[in-house]
Design a protein. Sequence first.
Lengths: 123, 429
Amino acid sequence: MRYALLLHHGEPASGEIPDETIQSFQVAFDAYAKSLDGAGVLRAAEILGPSELSTTVTVRGGGLEVQDGPFAEAKEMLGGVFIIEVSDLDAAVAWAERCPGAQYGVVEVRPVGTAFVGGEWRS
Amino acid sequence: MAFLTAHESAEVRAAAVARTSYGRLVALLASRTGDIAAAEDVLADAFERALRRWPVDGVPDNPEAWLLTVARNRDRDRRRSAEHRRTTPYDPDVAPASLVREEEPGLDVDVDAIPDRRLALLFVCAHPAIDTTVRTPLMLQAVLGFRADQIAAAFAIPAPTMAQRLVRAKRRIRDAGIPFALPDRSVVPERMREVREAVYGAFAIDWQGVAGATEREALGNEALLLAETLAELVPDDPEALGLAALVCLSLARAPARLDATGAFVPLAEQDPDRWSGRLIELGERHLERAHGFDRIGRFQLEAAIQSAHCARRRTGTTDWQALRTLHTALAEIAPTLGSTVSLAVVVGRTDGPAAGLAVLDRLDGPHASRFQPAWVARAHLLAQADDIPTAVAAYEKAISLTADLPSREHLQRTLDAVVSGGGPAPVPR
């Protein structure tokens, strides 16, 4: 089954987190992604840019609306997504608890409903 | 030492004193103020000064007392200047505190009279008001002097996160007024249990779920130092001795756990000649002393189990009936997921796989279904029972729960052997 590990955390201001900390987490995420990859379960890993760079698009009644900013302002924002393919929820949780993001934020484990793989939608 | 320059030999001596005395000095300095961070700071200053002065003045006769005096002077200076800032307006005519004549380092301190407050420090680190996950790191830092980044590496979490947790815990100890004293007699057994648990935490850090077997090895020596320190401080606590024995006897086998290619080797297939005879001997000595008190406990049982495995080095065989008795007793006094799984494996060996599987079926609770060792045991037992399709499913489940790469690869190889009809999983000797 495919699961999305959704990383949620507060967004620090620029310069708020020391470079040393950022580097240290980069090393941890590197090791994490490599062990997911080594186990053959990683499908995608994306760490998102700051939410202030987001643009939201809405089409309603024929009218297009493009707006600055994220869909919802919140204290904790979606900051990254790992898509993994494992046998069941237990295995997904075993990987989520090793995610460096769980050290400072919340990792939400959510089953993928349907995914476009190999040219078709599969569930 | 003639080949060492004065500077090098001072460095070597400072490192030696740091190894043997660090915890004693921190405990003593912190016990007066309750401030571990400040004690570590002034001690770091004292070591720095030693590295400047000793190459010039020679290493003092009593390096520990020298360091203590310098650290105390530094501590007093800091306090005075802090007090000064708080209470008086600036007056350039008043000599700053740092110019006040310092005590001559080392002269007034009798090293044999330096009291050992490390036990009080261990009680502080494992105080009920301190979060359980930070107790072990706190001990490794305050008592043994490991740096936050070394501890972080052993726990497989980013260094700044570990540093932040340690700083927060020390602040809490200071600001909440956690006492640097031995607890009241009525609570000593419970508090001592907490201290032993935290020391044990250095040995088996999988409670955090962040480290695999490979990282656990890295913490072995730190765990040994902590366990030996505790056994030295409470030589009449059979469980502390049992814990030291457990760490020694388990660590003794560490060199045989990975083969030359880095692949995981299970206990039954390890070559006993690669185990450490020195650590086995040390562990047996601890265990013998513990048994002298005739008060059995969880750590003594766990150590006795390790001892029974280590005996293969001497006798060439494993006494599975003795192990069955020990595991049964352990599962009774410490009914954890881990102890039940171990019992199941041994019962499988002595009474057949079906009996082992029956023990596994007793497991319940929310964590049981994703407890990796239970699935490994179930898979092995099913393979031995020749129930191959169910065994394959259990191996797959076990592999899915294993993030540590060498362990994962070992399980995969075992599964492949079972599928290709290479017989059931290897039966431990």
